[in-house]
Design a protein around this ligand. Structure first.
Ligand code: NDP
Ligand code: HSE
Length: 431
């Protein structure tokens, strides 16, 4: 056994508390796997007096996170405070002195991951963040290491548990968004302020991280086209059902057709029930990767929660601690491809458009002409109802998002169209 690896834990909430518990329960196994025992050097929190019911000496708690990080007896920092500051300054302080960092902080990585990577490279330290995307699911290491010999074409994920729970309930019960959000809140899936989840900010941060790794390109949250699920209606979900589809909030990162760009987006979309992501229910996450040689891969599991997320944190801790013991360094940033991140307007998608129309001669022709004027090809048209209660449901072939949204704008202005009842993107091969 080598000398102990001393860990500074920053944050002891939902995730940090479970890190402490698992370190205590599995300390001997972790030591055997690392080749050195792990010792907690200190735990930084905001409220040291808070009752945490954890198997740890109270004397380890401190409010002086900066002081803890700069101690010379600290070998590894685990950051599970979250947010931008003080997390960024604390991690930079550690990395610049060669102290490796394990973090679950998707918000910071998506906003300013480049600064962290640069500090890690300059300090000769590791920066690991398996827990930052999809909780317990191993997806960062597969993209960063296992698939690095392949060429990834597309990453398609359900990476937010709260919204997946809400959309799953809407699909199962026919309820609307507000009612399903209420249920998610009552069951503890949604936070008191659910904005980051339901407006897609959380998924956009994760999409940026996945895109950066898959396409060897720096991608920030601000580069990601983001739409949340607050406008998804029970009618959209019912319409998806009639098409043999289900509505999911998808995070999609894909190489452009010419191979020189990458498009990254988060929005609700209809996917066929036969698609592997369609069966991901409840608050589970899954990430689907399409690579040239590997083909299609799917990673599935719990995307949140104290223990599942702590599992990913401890996996990273073992990796960086092993590196410290053996004098090695883990994988650093790979952004050599430097692909252009293209705008949503240039991204190619398909639309499902539901129109309330009058059931009379010439309406279909007017609607078809509007699509044609924007060079958007219609794949299927279905009429539901008749008389004053007719609905035309059009599903398009792939076109640029700019052409599709211009078509919808024109449809809104047609005399033949009483209302555009719903517009939603479609992913995957539908019937
Ligand atoms: P919590 O809010 O439960 O815990 C945050 C912890 O940080 C608390 O212990 C808090 O102290 C401490 N803290 C807050 N501000 C400071 C500060 N200025 N100095 C020192 N300590 C501070 O967050 P979570 O555990 O849920 O999340 C932690 C990270 O993990 C975030 O980046 C989050 O995005 C990520 N994550 C979380 C998941 C989850 O399911 N919860 C899933 C995947 C990732 P005190 O206890 O005294 O209030
Ligand atoms: N709030 C997130 C979710 C968990 O609902 O999936 C942390 O990433």
């Amino acid at each position: 056994m080598s000398a102990p690896v001393r860990v500074a834990l920053l944050g002891c909430g939902t995730v940090g508390g479970q890190v402490v518990r698992l370190l205590h329960e599995h300390g001997d196994d972790l030591a055997a796997r690392i080749g050195a025992p792990v010792e907690l050097a200190g735990i930084a929190v905001r409220r040291p007096q808070r009752d945490r019911d954890l198997p740890v000496d109270d004397a380890l708690f401190t409010t002086d996170a900066a002081g803890l990080v700069s101690r010379v007896d600290v070998d590894v920092v685990i950051e599970v405070i979250g947010g931008i500051e003080p997390a960024r300054s604390l991690m930079l302080s550690a990395l610049s002195r060669g102290v490796s960092v394990v973090t679950a902080n998707k918000a910071l990585l998506a906003e300013d991951g480049a600064t962290l990577y640069d500090a890690a490279a300059a300090g000769g330290a590791d920066l690991y963040f398996e827990a930052a995307v999809a909780g317990a699911i191993p997806i960062i290491r597969p993209l960063r290491e296992s698939l690095t010999g392949d060429r990834v074409h597309r990453v398609l994920g359900i990476v937010n548990g709260t919204t997946n729970f809400i959309l799953s309930r809407m699909d199962e019960t026919g309820a609307g968004f507000a009612e399903s959000l209420e249920e998610a809140t009552a069951l503890g899936y949604a936070e008191a302020d659910p904005t980051a989840d339901v407006e897609g900010f959380d998924a956009a941060a994760k999409a940026a991280i996945l895109a950066g790794l898959a396409f060897h390109t720096r991608v920030r949250a601000a580069d990601v086209h983001r739409e949340g699920i607050t406008d998804v209606t029970a009618a959209d979900v019912a319409s998806a059902q009639r098409m043999g589809c289900v509505v999911k909030l998808l995070a999609i990162a894909e190489r452009t057709q010419d191979g020189r760009g990458v498009a990254v987006r988060v929005h609700p979309a209809m996917i066929p029930r036969t698609h592997p992501l369609a069966s991901v229910g409840d608050a589970f996450n899954a990430v689907f990767v399409e690579a040239e040689a590997a083909g299609r891969l799917m990673f599935y599991g719990r995307g949140a929660g104290g223990a599942p997320t702590a599992s990913a944190v401890l996996g990273d801790l073992v990796a960086v601690a092993r590196n410290r013991v053996t004098g090695a360094r883990g994988t650093g940033e790979s952004s050599y491809a430097d692909l252009q991140v293209v705008s949503m307007g240039q991204t190619r998608t398909r639309y499902h458009v539901s129109l309330e129309v009058a059931d009379k001669a010439g309406v279909l022709a007017d609607v078809a002409n509007a699509f044609a004027r924007h060079d958007v090809s219609i794949r299927t048209v279905r009429q539901e109802g008749h008389g004053d209660d007719a609905t035309l449901v059009c599903v398009t072939h792939e076109a640029t998002d700019a052409a599709l949204s211009a078509t919808v704008e024109e449809l809104r202005g047609l005399d033949a169209v009483r209302a555009v009842a719903s517009v939603m993107r479609v992913e995957g091969e539908t019937a």
